[in-house]
Ligand binder design. Sequence first.
Ligand code: CA
Length: 244
Amino acid sequence: MHCGYAAAQMPTTILIAEDEPAIADAVLYALRSDGYAVEHHLLGGGIVARIERGGIDLLLLDVGLPDINGFDVCRKLRMVSELPVVFLTARNDEVDRILGLELGGDDYIAKPFSPRELVARVRARLRRHATEDHGWRRSGPQQSGRQQSGLFEIDREGRRIRCAGHLLELTRYEYALLSELLRRPGAILSRAQLLDRAWDGDSDSADRTVDTHIKTLRAKLRAIDPAIDPIRTHRGVGYSLDIA
Ligand code: CA
């Protein structure tokens, strides 16, 4: 029995959301034969909450679920998790949408598929995810290195921030601003404090500079998902960051 990756005390656990019994049975059998633990859901509704409780390593997600479609499940999931997702799809137009989604390197398998092909794809996706994560974590000690706060994951040494699993392309000052806000989520920082910390006392800067960069930062976050708007404006006081 082998689990594909990681020296395992805990089996690698796959959650499958699929409403067609024949497909679900074949997938469950193939994955269990290969040493994976499997949980099966018929609906999309409880999936994100289940994944948030932990213990799931990959989601196999049927696009055509009876209650919520797989794209919406995945979009909700990406607000809280980078869990690898492999879509199960029966239609070519769905494939086009999956490829257009850019949901963090997710994969798909077109129905009908062979169980062997599915297991191989799952194993490859898990391996890729483990590698990506490893690079990200290799950023040094806890305090100066990687920190996860709800939506955001920051690598201070590499000066990189991910939001909902997406690496943000930030300018130097956008990075510095978001990084300062992430040090104390929920705390209100005045423009003067932000200027002082993020601009390193650069004399050309003014309050309006902070506002401008907050604006571009917000646009970049909304580009990931229009619902992502965690920066709060406190009129006459400053800004804070909601990470919940
Ligand atoms: Ca279906």
